[in-house]
Design a protein around this ligand. Structure first.
Ligand code: PGA
Length: 249
């Protein structure tokens, strides 16, 4: 059985005062419930990981460099993320692909680095509105998945997040039929590439305008094992009901 995963991506939001959210969420993270992950900005990784100890909440970074160390001003490496107490890292988010020109090959190199540091990689894929309207969404996503993943995936160290770019931060959400079509295709492609057991073990998250009022419907969709949540993960008032909906799904 795949353990469900509620992942919060804080993006460039949050200072130390906002870590009180972790305390407010602590009751929502239970041993037999969904895994609860918060990915704060890099400055908060260590204090968040310290504060999360004993709560069941786990902490992740939002990106990392592909090298372990070196002359890369402003970057942080996968071993640094792990040293800060994080266990996960989001890679290939569309805001990194679009804003920083990260290619599928870059993402694959970062995934290798994450795995070498014993981090679980949450690899994001997703089409633009143009791709969706032009009927090429599935082809675009399939290509992203193929080239963003190195060999050696396992259900423990890989999570894939489907995040249609046009749904991120917009309040627009695909139909559950559209989400199911993509998630079923991702599951099949992972099975073809990594074998049926791994294909069945990798968790698939949906991301893009997940809110308390649409979470239950999304979580009832085929092959949806949880969510990658941006805006609605910033407060316990919004994230707690999303975690609860996932626990009921
Ligand atoms: P959103 O962001 O929930 O604010 O739409 C999701 C994401 O970018 O991961």
């Amino acid at each position: 059985m795949r353990r469900k995963l509620a992942a919060g991506n804080w993006k460039m939001n949050g200072t130390r005062a906002d870590l009180s959210v972790l305390g407010d969420l602590a009751g929502a993270a239970t041993e037999d419930g969904p895994e609860v992950l918060i990915c704060p900005p890099a400055t908060l990784l260590h204090p968040a990981a310290t504060q999360a100890l004993g709560t069941g909440i786990v902490i992740g970074a939002q990106t990392c460099h592909e090298a372990a160390s070196g002359a890369f001003t402003g970057d942080i490496s996968a071993p640094m993320v792990a040293d800060a107490g994080a266990t996960h890292v989001i890679l290939g988010h569309s805001e990194r692909r679009e804003g920083y020109g990260e290619t599928n090959a870059d993402v694959a190199n970062k995934v290798r680095a994450a795995w070498a540091a014993d981090l679980t990689a949450i690899v994001c894929v997703g089409e633009s509105l143009e791709d969706r309207e032009g009927g090429t969404a599935l082809a675009v996503i399939s290509e992203q998945l193929a080239y963003s993943l190195p060999n050696g995936a396992t259900g423990q160290r890989l999570v894939v997040a489907y995040e249609p770019i046009w749904a991120i931060g917009t309040g627009k959400v695909p139909s559950t039929a559209q989400i199911a079509e993509v998630h079923d295709a991702l599951r099949a492609q992972l099975g073809d590439r990594f074998g049926a057991a791994t294909g069945a073990a990798v968790r698939l998250l949906y991301g893009g305008s997940v809110k308390p009022d649409n979470a239950a419907e999304i979580f009832a969709t085929s092959n949806v094992d949880g969510a990658l949540v941006g805006g609605a993960s910033l407060t316990a008032a919004d994230f707690t009901p999303i975690i609860a909906a996932l626990a009921r799904a």
